[in-house]
Design a protein around this ligand. Structure first.
Ligand code: AKG
Length: 267
């Protein structure tokens, strides 16, 4: 099963101004409707923009892609994501994210990657705890840890290049990544899972889900779903209730949702 060979690939000029306008409006509508910044595309899968994104991504990685979720994110000098991998990979084996700039017109090196951890089963870690210069990576299944110096991680981080409106930055969310810049930016990320050989693209190495509401929901819904369409319907159903929305949005920095709702109006 081919994974993205590099931590990221940039598909230059894949989207046009209408696509960006559509994505901005979809994020705005989602946040205005019920205050969450995610799943704006769950009912937009027949739209030309969504179809275009799936087409260029499928061509780029040569796999059939299954929609998992999407989210809007606003970062600036006061809020940046720290080193993390995406918790969806506690449930599903392989994923790619299409990271799309919504504003400004271009940004320098928006994301950084640690390119030599989580590249193989022997060095696979679900979390990292950072205290001063000490970064400790931990595998929740085996209990194995690995200590690294944060300074060394930062010095060796692989930076994405300049990204412009219309580019799609395709990333492997299994690798540790973080926001690299202070400049205010609005972005939208669409996540897909793939690998049809195993039922529902499931990881053969599941992680006990009690600490992560979104992982628990993914596990419950996929276990009740004979096909991917049933799974997406199950997510739709969850999103009709406040409790379901809270659980499915819990990985997207809920404390920032009021700020996101305010900032998205500027798009
Ligand atoms: O847009 C950003 O700065 C962070 C995005 C991110 O962390 C992600 O896509 O998982």
């Amino acid at each position: 099963m081919p994974e993205l060979a590099e931590p990221f690939v940039v598909l230059r000029g894949a989207l046009d101004a209408d696509d960006i306008a559509f994505l901005r409006t979809a994020c705005k509508d989602r946040l205005n409707r019920d205050g969450i910044p995610c799943f704006a595309m769950i009912d937009n899968q027949e739209t030309p923009t969504y179809q275009k994104i799936v087409r260029v991504l499928t061509e780029a990685i040569g796999e059939q892609l299954n929609y998992l979720n999407d989210f809007y994110i606003y970062t600036d000098e006061t809020f940046k994501t720290n080193w993390h991998m995406d918790t969806e990979l506690f449930t599903f084996e392989s994923a790619i994210n299409a990271w799309i700039l919504l504003s400004p017109d271009e940004v320098n090196g928006p994301l950084g990657f640690i390119s030599d951890i989580n590249t193989d089963a022997d060095r696979y870690f679900h979390s990292v705890q950072i205290e001063g210069d000490a970064a400790t990576f931990r595998n929740y299944r085996t209990g194995k840890t690995e200590a690294r110096s944060l300074a060394e991680i930062e010095a060796n981080a692989k930076h994405t290049p300049k990204i412009k409106l219309g580019d799609i930055l395709v990333i492997n969310p299994k690798l540790y990544h973080r926001t690299m810049i202070d400049a205010p930016k609005h972005a939208f990320a669409l996540k897909f899972v793939y690998g049809s050989a195993r039922k529902g693209c499931l990881s053969p190495k599941q992680v006990p889900a009690m600490l992560w509401p979104e992982v628990k929901t993914f596990n419950d819904v996929i276990n009740a779903s004979p096909t991917w369409e049933h799974f997406v319907d199950g997510l739709r159903q969850q999103l009709t209730t406040e409790d379901g929305r809270i659980k499915l949005s819990s990985g997207f920095y809920p404390e920032k949702f009021p700020l996101y709702r305010e900032k998205v109006q500027a798009l």
